[in-house]
Write a protein that binds this ligand. Structure first.
Ligand SMILES: [Zn+2]
Length: 95
């Protein structure tokens, strides 16, 4: 009689292990976020192509680069780019 939370985590891990085994079998996969290649040995996360699955607490259905998956929804990097433009504008004002 496994604890419900344990079962859920185990389902996620089983899905991830199965997808990694598949990746090792075929040798490469495409990251659904950046479109780049994923090869065995890379850090990967389970990614949800359907946000409803994520809300329902289901495990992700595809592998994605860990960096790509965790960068999703992070607007901070884009904000930094704007700051760089602001700096240029400030410099031109000094001239
Ligand atoms: Zn990626």
């Amino acid at each position: 009689m496994p604890h419900p939370a344990y079962t859920k985590r185990s389902g996620h891990q089983q899905r991830r292990a199965a997808l990694i085994a598949q990746l090792e079998r075929v040798g490469a996969a495409l990251c659904p976020i950046c479109g780049g290649i994923i090869v065995p040995g890379m850090f990967v996360d389970l990614h949800h192509t359907n946000p409803a699955d994520k809300r329902a607490g289901l495990p992700g259905n595809v592998l994605a680069h860990r960096r790509c998956n965790r960068g999703l929804g992070d607007g901070k990097k884009a904000g930094r780019k704007t700051t760089r433009k602001d700096k240029k504008a400030r410099q031109s004002r000094e001239w």
